[in-house]
Design a protein around this ligand. Structure first.
Ligand code: VL7
Length: 137
């Protein structure tokens, strides 16, 4: 069993978020705002059921899903696209494929050294984010 992802996680690093946003076609004005944000993940996990909230002072984004069950995702307030998403376990990694207009789009989450890791992929760009458990828990 992988470690639980549940909890409140604060961003400590964010590498190539700019490249990922360019691949998604985000405007330079919006990128400038988004780049400055310290994102927070609030994750509720019950077995293979997940709610993942990405929070910031500017915008919030929430998805919920069950591992191995395809779902329709609308990336509201992000790039505003409709994608068909599927999250699976690959060893201890939670891996999501987001099928749609953008090729090679998805993400992977895992826990390593008490930190939450996230890679976001889009059309050859990889953004790497790391989060630490919030001091409030
Ligand atoms: C979600 C943002 C950039 C537009 C606003 C930036 C607001 C805070 O897919 C993601 O996470 C997965 C895995 O944890 C769960 O949904 C990443 C944030 C990516 C993409 C687009 C900039 C405008 C950021 C919501």
């Amino acid at each position: 069993m992988p470690a639980s992802f549940s909890g409140t996680w604060d961003m400590i690093s964010n590498v190539n978020f700019e490249g990922y946003m360019i691949a998604l076609g985000i405007s330079s004005n919006l990128r400038k705002i988004a780049l400055k944000l310290k994102q927070r993940k609030v994750i509720e996990q019950q077995g293979d059921l997940f709610i993942i909230k990405t929070l910031s002072t500017f915008r919030n984004y929430t998805i919920s899903f069950k591992v191995d069950c395809e779902f329709q995702e609308f990336t509201k307030g992000l790039d505003n696209r409709h994608v068909k998403s599927l999250v699976v376990w690959q060893d201890n990694k939670l891996v999501c494929e987001q099928l749609g207009e953008k090729k090679n789009r998805g993400w992977a989450h895992w826990i390593e050294d008490d930190k939450l890791h996230l890679e976001l992929y889009c059309e050859g760009e990889v953004c790497k984010q790391v989060f630490k458990k919030s001091a409030n828990e």
